[in-house]
Design a protein around this ligand. Structure first.
Ligand SMILES: NC(=O)C1=CN([C@@H]2O[C@H](COP(=O)(O)OP(=O)(O)OC[C@H]3O[C@@H](n4cnc5c(N)ncnc54)[C@H](OP(=O)(O)O)[C@@H]3O)[C@@H](O)[C@H]2O)[C@@H](O)CC1
Ligand SMILES: Nc1ncnc2c1ncn2[C@@H]1O[C@H](COP(=O)(O)OP(=O)(O)O)[C@@H](O)[C@H]1O
Ligand SMILES: [K+]
Length: 527
């Protein structure tokens, strides 16, 4: 599903008017009618008594004015009160037109000078049409007080028009203060910001309303942001042929672990097996291999020599390992979980990534920190690899701070993919995946239960496991992130405390839910 920024939406609207001669009034009429239809269903379903519509001075407010008229035209069962936060004399164009028409109906229209003028009764449907994609500055003054009044109202249902007022439709940030909606009817095309945090805590369920933007026009604009849906994942799920054997099923090579962090590699290997890899090959010194066998006897552990107490891999073995992975027909690698960081490890990472670039795979955790230490050296050199940083790692890779990354996640993931010319997975709530052409995929699955040690190691294994089966980098990253999150969601239905191992073991069940067509995005209404 394509997602739009505020800018893109405005351009599409302009194009529609110029190219097709469609008047914006018609779009506003369609918008308001859709909102009224949703409102009527909610009024009946929730057994509410009246409608309160809060309108700002822009087109979002205009949509609210149309919704008021449309509601009154189809039902007299519900009194409608419109609170207008703008001076009617200052209204322009479409909102002005709709204000004049609404004056001729039975709607109560109250011009708001102070928040005290607004009364929100229990059992009301509150329609929030204060601010939409035109939000241009933090919400302050009367608008802020109104937002707070809506949020503190009890026993009401809040429907936001297009976006909850105060949410930046492009980034998902709260601009000072935002309405907390139970339901958001987003108009025409879904706004990108609604699908990431913090906005997702403010939208309630999201419905995309058709306001008459022709599909052909949507296609004419190169929209680069995409919400990952189950329809997309079904296409990307790896399938096994009946005549498959363990090698053709997909072999994953692993470079992970150190004496203090062996578990990271075990979890990554487990993730790869649970995602369907036929074999996992993890070269290790004898002592470490013996430990791994106890926990995961399925892993093949060719021996490597290490003369160091602190690490398993010396730079001198990198070339041999690269060749060995190729001889063992590895189709993807996982490099990094639990490796530790030291100058020698950085040098090893540089050499192993070079020696195995014909295979490619996932670079995660400490290997990313090694790369970050010499980021200029790696510019444009990770093609064929998928990197999976969390915010801290991403900040190091970009030479910025975790705060900057967290506040600009779309830009950060895009920059990572562009700078290193790879597939970048920016982990966290609503994980983002970008490719070097600037496409960004937003993941709807996964919640706070995933914040458990080793969960990221499992993810790198799942992605590499899928890649070994399909050979498709972007698709494997998307599919792996989605299934990992869905596995967490499924586990979280029974308990909130989950462990990384459980996430891995849940992956096959998550796959089945998608394959059987049973998955619906929980915060979306309709497909
Ligand atoms: N695109 C489409 O195809 C369609 C779009 N439609 C609808 O139009 C909406 C976008 O409308 P829009 O551009 O008029 O902006 P909108 O969100 O109403 O706000 C602008 C007003 O708010 C003001 N303002 C800004 N920030 C503020 C703040 N913090 N605190 C207080 N005031 C603030 C700003 O004042 P200014 O800053 O310019 O002085 C201006 O007056 C969109 O979300 C959708 O609902 C539909 O009708 C159908 C088709
Ligand atoms: N609050 C959250 N909501 C959704 N997903 C989360 C949340 N916190 C963490 N995750 C997910 O959990 C995983 C954690 O990975 P990472 O930080 O590398 O952990 P570790 O290093 O312990 O394995 C990532 O897939 C991330 O997207
Ligand atoms: K709104």
């Amino acid at each position: 599903m394509h997602l739009v920024t505020s800018d893109a939406m405005q351009k599409i609207e302009q194009h529609l008017c110029q190219q097709y001669g469609i008047d914006t009034l018609l779009l506003m009429e369609n918008a308001g009618k859709n909102v009224a239809n949703e409102a009527l269903s909610i009024l009946k379903e929730k057994n509410l008594k009246q409608v309160i519509i809060l309108c700002g001075g822009g087109n979002n407010g205009g949509d609210g004015l149309v919704a008021a008229r449309q509601l009154l035209s189809v039902s007299s069962a519900y009194p409608v009160t419109v609170y207008l936060l703008a001076n009617p004399e200052k209204l322009k164009k479409d909102p002005l037109y709709n204000y004049r028409v609404l004056k001729n109906t039975s709607a109560r229209i109250i011009e708001v000078a102070s928040v005290k003028d607004i009364e929100i009764y229990p059992q009301s449907l509150v329609i929030d049409a204060l601010l939409g994609t035109g939000l241009s500055k933090p919400v302050t003054g009367l608008y802020r007080e109104t937002v707070e009044k809506i949020n503190s109202a009890r026993d009401v249902f809040v429907l936001s028009v297009d976006v909850p007022s105060g949410i930046n439709a492009t980034s998902g940030a709260v601009m000072g203060s935002s309405v907390k909606a139970d339901y958001t009817v987003t108009l025409g095309l879904p706004k990108r910001g609604l699908f990431v945090f913090p906005a997702r805590e403010y939208t309630g369920k999201i419905k995309v309303a058709d306001i008459g933007i022709p599909i052909i026009l949507q296609e004419a604009f190169p929209i680069k942001d995409i919400l990952i849906t189950p329809h997309l994942i079904i296409e990307y799920l790896p399938e096994r042929n009946p005549d498959v054997h363990k090698i053709s099923a997909g072999v994953v090579g692993v470079i992970a672990g150190s004496p203090s962090m062996l578990g990271a590699g075990i979890l990554a290997s487990l993730g790869a097996y649970c995602a369907g890899a036929g074999m996992v090959v993890w070269p290790l010194p004898f002592s470490a291999a013996s430990l791994v066998k106890i926990h995961l006897p399925e892993v093949v552990t060719p021996l490597v020599e290490s003369t160091q107490a602190q690490r398993y891999y010396m730079p001198s073995v990198a070339e041999f390992l690269g060749k060995n992975f190729a001889e063992r027909k590895c189709r993807s690698l996982i490099i990094g979980p639990g490796l530790g960081v030291s100058p020698a490890t950085s040098f090893f990472v540089e050499k192993i990534v070079q020696a195995s670039s014909h295979i490619g795979g996932v670079i995660d955790a400490d290997a990313l920190n090694c790369i970050a230490g010499e980021r200029q050296l790696w510019k444009g050199r990770l093609s064929g690899w998928i990197i999976t940083p969390h915010h801290g790692e991403a900040a190091r890779l970009l030479g910025s701070s975790p705060k900057e990354v967290a506040e600009n996640r779309f830009e950060a993931v895009k920059q990572l993919a562009d700078y290193f010319q790879c597939i970048a997975v920016l982990k966290g709530p609503a994980t983002l995946i970008a490719d070097p052409s600037g496409n960004i995929f937003v993941n709807p699955t996964g919640g706070p239960e995933l914040a458990t040690a080793g969960s990221g190691d499992v993810l790198s294994g799942v992605i590499a496991g899928i890649l070994a089966q399909t050979g498709k980098h972007l698709e494997s990253a998307i599919c792996g992130v989605f299934l990992h999150g869905l596995a967490g969601d499924m586990l979280a239905r029974n308990k909130k405390e989950i462990t990384a191992k459980e996430i891995a073991y849940q992956i096959p069940a998550a796959k089945k839910v998608v394959r059987d067509g049973q998955y619906r995005i929980p915060f979306m209404d309709g497909d």
